[in-house]
Structures are given as structure tokens and as C-alpha cells.
Design a protein around this ligand. Structure first.
Ligand code: 6PG
Length: 254
């Protein structure tokens, strides 16, 4: 299953994994800003990326990242008010956005004040306008950061849902997950068009799922649909999440 465009990085513990994720984010940002004078990243919710978000508010990361050139988007969002504890934007705002010198105009949260369908259309229009694209073209984000649930979902793309087969829309509304709420999610076409896709997975509770998706060719879960068209896919695991993998995957471990 190992392909040139897939890399598995295993770190000894969640803290080292978060540090590696913050380093990957910072290095990619610095490189893309040098080349393109901006860095566009879409981030996910959930608990796993929290430690990385906190590290980005501290040295050495906070002064290395060219925040004025960074644009943050969201991979998915629960349709709750931003001050609700389940809000992905609200969590990121508290954890790191309010603690870094990123211009407010560079932070692009998903709209939650509209009904699901119009909110998804609104965000899709925002993305097309930001990337200055004609209808039918795909934005290419520099980095998309994903998590994975024990059921193999990623973003808010849940097993068995039609959203997985969306080929045209960049953003759609779904219902699902825990909490089971209305959500917006980026779809596979835009996710797979990113230059770097980073999937962060931590904890023993996900070890069986990681083993299945990386080593059992009969498994078919949403996160296995993450296949970069032109970029690279990096799995960043801690040792617990990687504990059921056969040894040939385990390189880059601390
Ligand atoms: C969401 C997230 C979701 C998350 C996974 C993993 O909005 O729920 O985007 O896809 O990444 O559920 O969540 P944990 O990191 O909390 O395990």
C-alpha cells in the first residue's frame, strides 16, 4: 500500500506528534510564502489537533510563521453558534487564533448563521472568490489538516453517506457525527486537490482502524478516499495509534 505520495510518520507520544505537526505546518508555510507570498490551509476540528494549535501560539513557532500571509479555512464545521463548545471555529479561536498575530481578514470560518444548504453555497462561493476561480475549477490549498474518527470518517464525511460520492460541489451540508448535528464539510474533490494533506491520528482507540485502512485491502472507509491528485498525503500517528501496524510502515519514528 506504500506509494510515493504517502508518508507515515510515527512519533512516540501525542506531544511529539503535535510538535511534528506544528513543525510541518510552519515549514510548509514558510516555504509557500517564499514561493507564492501566501499560504492557504484548511484545518479540522476534534480534539487531536488541539495540542498542535497551542504550540503554534508559542516560540519557536509563533515568530517563525509569517502570519500576515497565512489564510485559514475550515475543513468542516458544526452548524452551531461560534461560541458553542461544539464549534470547530470557536475552539480554534480560543486555542490559537486569538493568540497569534493573524489578520482577521485572513481567517475564513464557515458561516453558521444560514440554513445548511445556503451556508454550504456561501462557503463554496467564498472559496471560489478567494482563489479567483471560474465555476468548475478546483481551489488548490497548500495544506489540508484532517483527523480521523474510530469509524474511519474524516472531515464530516461519514461512512455510507452520499457526501462521499460528491464530485462537483466543494462544500456540502450533511447530518452526522458525534455530536449528531447539521454540518458543513469540504468534499473529496477539493480535499484531494491540496498540495499537502496531513492526517493526524492519536490514541490506542484508533489503532484497529489505522491497521485496517493501511493494511487490509478489503476495508473501505471514508479516510481511504483521501488520495492526493498531485500533492502528498502524510499520516502523522502517535505510537499508540500505530501500535497494530506491521513494522514496514514504521519509519520517521522518534
Ligand atoms: C469534526 C472533525 C472530525 C475529527 C474527527 C477526529 O468536526 O468532528 O473535523 O472529522 O477530525 O472526528 O476527532 P478527534 O480528533 O476528536 O478524535
Amino acid at each position: 500500500m506504500m506509494r510515493d505520495d504517502i508518508q507515515i510518520i510515527v512519533k512516540d507520544d501525542p506531544g511529539l506528534m503535535a510538535h511534528e505537526a506544528a513543525t510541518l505546518f510552519t515549514d510548509a508555510a514558510m516555504e509557500r510564502v517564499t514561493v507564492n507570498d501566501r499560504f492557504t490551509a484548511a484545518i479540522s476540528g476534534g480534539t487531536t489537533p488541539g495540542a498542535m494549535y497551542s504550540l503554534l501560539t508559542q516560540e519557536p513557532f509563533i515568530s517563525r510563521v509569517p502570519w500576515d500571509k497565512i489564510h485559514l479555512f475550515w475543513v468542516d464545521e458544526r452548524l452551531v453558534p461560534w461560541n458553542h463548545p461544539h464549534s470547530n471555529y470557536g475552539s480554534a479561536k480560543n486555542l490559537f487564533i486569538d493568540k497569534i498575530p493573524i489578520p482577521e481578514s485572513n481567517v475564513h470560518p464557515m458561516p453558521v448563521e444560514f440554513p445548511p444548504e445556503s451556508a454550504s453555497n456561501q462557503y463554496q462561493e467564498n472559496l471560489m472568490a478567494f482563489f479567483d476561480l471560474e465555476k468548475g475549477n478546483l481551489p488548490c490549498l497548500d495544506l489540508i489538516m484532517l483527523g480521523m474518527g474510530k469509524d474511519g470518517h474524516t472531515a464530516s464525511l461519514f461512512p455510507g453517506q452520499q457526501a462521499l460520492d460528491e464530485k462537483q460541489r466543494l462544500v456540502i451540508s450533511v447530518q452526522g457525527g458525534d455530536p449528531f448535528v447539521n454540518r458543513l464539510t469540504m468534499t473529496l474533490p477539493i480535499i484531494n486537490n491540496a498540495m499537502t494533506i496531513l492526517v493526524l491520528v492519536s490514541g490506542q482507540g484508533k489503532a484497529n482502524t489505522i491497521k485496517s485502512i493501511l493494511e487490509d485491502k478489503h476495508t473501505s472507509l471514508p479516510v481511504q478516499r483521501i488520495r492526493p491528485i498531485k500533492g502528498t498525503l502524510k499520516w502523522l500517528l502517535d505510537r499508540e495509534a500505530a501500535s497494530k501496524l506491521s513494522k514496514h510502515w514504521l519509519y520517521g519514528k522518534s
